[in-house]
Write a protein that binds this ligand. Structure first.
Ligand SMILES: [Zn+2]
Length: 203
């Protein structure tokens, strides 16, 4: 593999360079499909990006079509949420391109943004993603749970341009609803003087 080709691979990043006090909200997987969450986010006009895995959304594509109709960008998070570095190049390509095809069919377009499950990837992941039409592979710098935050950086605080992760989870997975989870996210972000921006607008 020559250097030029490596340079063209989708970039992986946890923060978007900016001086503005903004963060980006990304929500992964798709297990919980809470109508109150859709209502809350649309009433409060909070932008977010959804990274979807087919095995969790195939039982109710309609929920995510409603989300898309509210202006949310739906992105690729593989067909079955595997640990990608444990797979061959061809297997990884099937996971990523397969999800591109599902999204084209169900939501009208194949995304250009992809997040590897668990944030785990190798060179084959990025080469496969590129072959499937992916341009960006954002990870995250902080993760919100319904009862706490987790940080990747030692300073345990938000920075301008940080990407924040949470999950479509409800009472089956943790002690609260999506609405409770969003309340925790918004409380900290607004208390620290940040606004929430749309990731796609800054790529
Ligand atoms: Zn995931």
């Amino acid at each position: 593999m020559d250097g030029q080709e490596e340079e063209d691979l989708p970039p992986v990043f946890t923060t978007v360079p900016t001086k503005q006090k903004i963060v980006f909200l990304t929500i992964d997987d798709g297990a919980e499909k809470d109508p109150d969450f859709l209502r809350m986010m649309s009433e409060l006009k909070v932008p977010y990006t959804a990274f979807l895995s087919n095995y969790l959304i195939e039982e109710d594509y309609g929920y995510f079509r409603r989300m898309q109709a509210l202006g949310v960008t739906l992105d690729n998070h593989t067909l079955t949420h595997p640990y990608l570095p444990g797979l061959t190049y061809e297997e990884q390509k099937d996971e990523i391109c397969g999800m591109q095809a599902v999204m084209k069919r169900q939501f009208g377009k194949a995304p250009t943004v992809f997040r590897p499950p668990y944030g785990n990837y190798n060179g084959d992941t990025l080469r496969a993603a590129k072959a499937c039409g992916i341009k960006y592979a954002p990870l995250w710098d902080e993760e919100v749970f319904v009862d706490h935050w987790e940080y990747r950086d030692w300073d345990r605080s938000l920075h301008p341009g940080d990407i924040v992760l949470t999950h479509f989870r409800g009472r089956d997975d943790w002690d609260g609803t999506m609405v409770d989870d969003m309340r925790r996210f918004l409380n900290k972000v607004t208390r620290e003087g940040y606004a929430v921006a749309r990731l796609e607008d800054y790529l």
